[in-house]
Design a protein around this ligand. Structure first.
Ligand code: ADP
Ligand code: ZN
Ligand code: ZN
Length: 686
């Protein structure tokens, strides 16, 4: 991090440097400052932050530029008469000819093998004769930078142009929410702005959700911008990642596209940051260094004095609040570009109808109709944030905690209902408290739905896409292209299918178990539910045929559905934001979650109780502590998990407590048996 002549670390504990890896520091002062900020903000050890930001090879001590062995013709070799050599040793002559042509810089072994597979066998004799030589050199990027042919884009519509102008008119840092319905042409706005940055010779960082970095997207960027994007994501080999990082660092890569960790890529000529689908949960790392790539991107843009665009059809309440209060500028694209109409959303009341494994007759009929019209259907199961609960079959009443305004979660394995806010638990009732009708658990799976569909539509191709069906590398891309080409008639899947994809034939979207999200345990349940439904609905009818969305619910009168149908996502978001203001949940307060796991449940709780007492002493009235309570999945991989939630209206107060707390917890004897972590701005509370 720095060179210094003294240290507060005891002499015996200091270690000697073993080797000098780089002549010049890998990271510039700007990048080091971002690392320091990240370490401070997330209360995470700085060494681990550095490690998390570096490509694996650099972390393990490789040089920035890998060294390769080059082979080249010597001056004597270049002067040799090749036709003479040809007669005696034709293979040697062929290799000589190749090397003479390649010049004095030589050729690396991999390239030689490609050009002349048996070259090693003949190289010995040539080396002995002094006609060729071998030496070590820095591996250079293999593909030369090519200027690609640029494909023109559509003329921007008025809303798009307005968005572009707003960003261009503001010099220096500015945060913009590009709030555009699905298919409204957000990507076209990014492209226009990126082109402008390219013209200035500066770099753009484009962050996308894990599932969004498809060959479709990179192809579009390449064609439209005429540059080769440098990629940084987890699907690459270590060497490819290092090479992308190097290209970014050298300033040669004008466009760096990556998932979460790319936010730390060194970018000396940074001119613009775009975060696509800013609401996507994959932008937040959920283990180790638990950072939000979106939030770090905002800090980074502000320090670099460049604009940042956050794009989404379903922006988070955090970002909407900033817009409301004037910190960020909201740019709207209210209509689909290219003239496609928004899909018609219809609520299907399933509270009284008979369901075939979760599918209503209305939905089955609609599938029939759309397939007959040459359309494609997508059935969506919302499983994120899913917590099993008990629900009344007649009135829809859900078992609630008696001490908190929260739903109880069913732990089927122990036959108990638990509250994950306060830890209360009880034996589940058999009948509804309100109306006395029987209660039943809420839940359904993609495989069950796939089976029904195959039975009901035996002549149709059904394709299931979820984390189980796409475990094999490349299978996700295969499934998506099969879906896009219309090879599958009916798609069944989870969130994976809902994001950013373009399926030209898709006209019907069915949301099967919508109610699960209505009764989630998390204060973000409503927001997430609305996001996933609006995102998946956005897949329907993106071309000529108008799309239709059927949402099955047992609670058609619930205000959530009313708002979603009449005012779309924003209706739900405005209500949720008002609710959060009243209840004091984020974005109207700040959270940090301390998690602990141990082989003995008591150890995890004892540790968190210690933490609780310290927080009470340090935080006074400014920081509230809730818990400790068991985690939703109280036992995982043989460890008991518990958590303590810290909440404050005052960010500085919360951070000051955490700053003092962390070293104390590190020194805490009760911590030895416990694995613990601090999660600042946690996304998943349970
Ligand atoms: P988003 O990123 O908001 O989902 P895209 O930028 O991918 O939207 O645009 C959706 C579709 O509309 C694409 O096929 C795109 O080519 C087309 N499109 C975008 N902007 C325009 C425009 N101004 N005129 C015509 N078609 C457009
Ligand atoms: Zn009831
Ligand atoms: Zn409770």
């Amino acid at each position: 991090m720095a060179v210094t002549s003294d240290s507060s670390v005891r002499h015996g504990k200091l270690k000697a440097a073993e080797a000098l890896l780089d002549e010049k520091p890998l990271l510039s002062e700007t990048e080091l400052a971002l690392i320091r900020f990240t370490s401070d903000y997330y209360h995470h050890p700085i060494g681990e932050v550095v490690a998390a930001t570096l490509p694996a090879l650099l972390r393990r001590g490789s040089a920035l530029f890998p060294v390769v062995t080059m082979t080249a013709a010597t001056p004597a070799g270049a002067a040799t008469a090749l036709d003479v050599l040809e007669k005696r040793a034709p293979k040697q002559a062929a290799l000589m000819a190749l090397l003479v042509d390649s010049g004095a810089n030589g050729v690396d072994a991999d390239t030689l093998t490609e050009m002349m597979p048996g070259w090693r066998r003949v190289s010995g004799a040539l080396l002995e004769k002094g006609l060729i030589e071998q030496f070590e050199a820095r591996a250079e990027p293999r593909e030369a930078v090519v200027e690609l042919e640029m494909e023109p884009g559509p003329t921007l519509n008025e809303d798009q142009q307005h968005a572009v102008d707003a960003v261009r008119q503001k010099p220096g840092f500015g945060a913009f929410l590009l709030d555009g319905v699905t298919g409204s042409g957000k990507t076209e706005v990014y492209l226009d702005l990126i082109q402008n940055v390219l013209r200035d010779g500066r770099q753009t960082l484009l962050l996308v959700p894990e599932i969004g970095l498809t060959p479709q997207l990179t192809g579009r960027l390449r064609r439209r911008l005429g540059v080769e994007p440098a990629l940084l994501h987890s699907g690459l080999t270590d060497l490819e990642r290092l090479s992308g990082w190097r290209e970014a660092r050298s300033g040669r890569a004008k466009l760096v596209v990556g998932t979460r960790s790319a936010v730390f890529a060194p970018l000396p000529e940074l001119g613009l940051i775009v975060v696509d689908e800013e609401h996507d949960a994959s932008l937040k790392q959920q283990e180790g260094l638990r950072y939000s790539a979106r939030d770090i991107a905002i800090v980074r843009a502000s320090r670099a004095g460049v604009p940042i665009i956050l794009g989404s059809a379903t922006p988070t309440l955090e970002v909407l609040r900033h817009c409301e209060e004037g910190g960020y500028q909201r740019l709207e694209l209210p209509q689909r570009a290219g003239g496609a109409e928004p899909p018609a959303v219809r609520i299907v009341d399933v509270s009284r109808s008979r369901l075939d494994e979760g599918l209503s007759d209305t939905l089955i009929d609609a599938i029939d109709k759309h397939l007959a019209n040459n359309g494609q259907a997508l059935l969506f199961l919302n499983r994120r944030g899913f917590a099993p609960t008990l629900i009344c079959t007649a009135c829809g009443n859900v078992c609630e905690c008696r001490r908190c305004d929260a739903r109880m979660t069913l732990h089927a394995e122990v036959g108990r209902l638990r509250c994950h806010h306060c830890g209360a638990e009880r034996v589940p009732d058999e009948h509804c408290e309100e109306c006395g009708s029987p209660l039943k658990p809420l839940g359904a799976g993609t495989q069950r739905i796939e089976d029904v569909l195959k039975r009901r539509f035996p002549d149709r191709a059904v394709l299931r896409v979820d984390s189980d069906s796409t475990r094999r590398k490349g299978s996700m891309d295969e499934a998506l292209s099969a879906a896009a080409l219309g090879e599958a008639d009916i798609l069944v899947g989870t969130q994976m299918l809902s994001k950013g994809h373009h399926f030209p034939k898709l006209t019907l979207v069915g949301v099967i178990n919508a109610d699960q999200g209505l009764f989630g345990t998390d204060f973000r349940s409503d927001e997430r539910m609305a996001q996933s439904i609006v995102q998946v609905a956005g897949r329907a009818g993106r071309e000529q045929m108008r799309g239709e969305v059927l949402v099955q619910t047992a609670f058609p009168e619930h205000p959530f559905w009313q708002q979603l149908v009449s005012e779309s996502y924003h209706g739900v978001a405005i209500r949720a934001l008002a609710e959060r203001r009243t209840t004091g949940w984020p974005p109207y307060s700040r959270l940090a979650l301390i998690r602990a796991a141990a082989h003995q449940r008591g150890d995890a709780h004892a540790f968190l109780s210690r933490a609780l007492r310290r927080v009470e002493a340090l935080g006074r009235d400014a920081v509230r502590a809730l818990g400790p309570v068991d985690a939703l999945m109280a036992r995982r991989a043989g460890r008991y998990r518990a958590q303590l939630l810290l909440q404050s209206d005052d960010r500085a107060a919360l951070h000051s407590v955490l700053r003092q707390l962390r070293p104390e917890l590190e020194a805490e004897p009760a911590g030895r048996k416990v694995r613990w972590s601090i999660d600042v701005d946690p996304l998943d509370l349970f």
